[in-house]
Unconditional design. Structure first.
Length: 241
């Protein structure tokens, strides 16, 4: 008739039934007696109904606000969870595309005749490949002997490594270490995800070669491997210079 929906009527009944009961009870208590008049009854009922309605209205308002805040909190938690998952998946995708924090370093296998096999080895993240890797191997012994002659580039060996899958390696070259007691190499590598520098120090101890290797990127040391028998200085440190 008045365009009021059923849900609206139900809400009105829900909110005003308590004030109605309270106002009725208070009016009955306040005006009960021999001198009951219509005016005093209406006045008392109206006042008490208004006060009860105001108080219950505040209760409903606070409950509704608390519900809204709780809902907003749940929505915010879901948004944060979705954002966190999206950031994680984006990072993983970038890692697969660029290589992430994976890197390449060389392992050297020394044979009994002082020959050696050099293997480019995948390091870092177990899921991300390394792309388009290449390296310049600097033989520091040759460098020291030729730098004064202006032929320092003779110490450089340029190699192409290519792509490396996680937990894989690739044989890059063989090299004769020679009948000496020490060999020193610096290696400068680039790949799709940045630059890597590796230092390899080799010493002959008890007629066997021992090694120390350290790998750095722009953030610091990412790989360190030192044989137990490798010589150290008085402070127990490896001399990398």
């Amino acid at each position: 008739m008045f365009g009021i929906s059923k849900s609206t009527v139900q809400q009105l009944v829900k909110e005003f039934r308590i004030p109605l009961v309270v106002a009725t009870a208070w009016t009955t208590y306040a005006v009960w007696g021999p001198d009951v008049s219509f005016k005093s009854t209406v006045s008392t009922f109206g006042t008490s109904f208004f006060l009860a309605s105001w108080m219950t209205g505040q209760v409903f308002r606070v409950r509704k606000q608390a519900g809204v805040e709780n809902s907003l909190s749940q929505v915010q938690s879901r948004i944060e969870l979705v954002t966190e998952q999206l950031e994680k998946q984006t990072k993983q995708l970038l890692g697969y595309v660029t290589g992430g924090d994976s890197f390449v370093y060389f392992k050297i296998i020394v044979h009994g005749d002082d020959s050696s096999t050099w293997m480019a080895t995948h390091g870092g993240h177990d899921d991300y490949p390394v792309y388009r890797a290449k390296a310049t191997i600097v033989d520091l012994d040759i460098f020291d002997a030729t730098v004064a002659l202006g032929r320092a580039d003779e110490a450089d060996t340029h190699v192409s490594i290519g792509d490396l899958l996680p937990q894989s390696y690739r044989v890059i070259r063989t090299h004769d270490l020679g009948d000496v007691n020490a060999r020193n190499f610096n290696i400068f590598m680039t790949a799709g995800n940045g630059r890597i520098q590796q230092k390899i120090r080799m010493r002959r101890v008890n007629d066997a070669w021992v090694q120390a290797t350290r790998v750095n990127n722009d953030s610091g040391v990412v790989h360190l491997e030192i044989d137990d028998d490798y010589p150290r200085d008085a402070a127990g440190e490896v001399c990398w210079s």
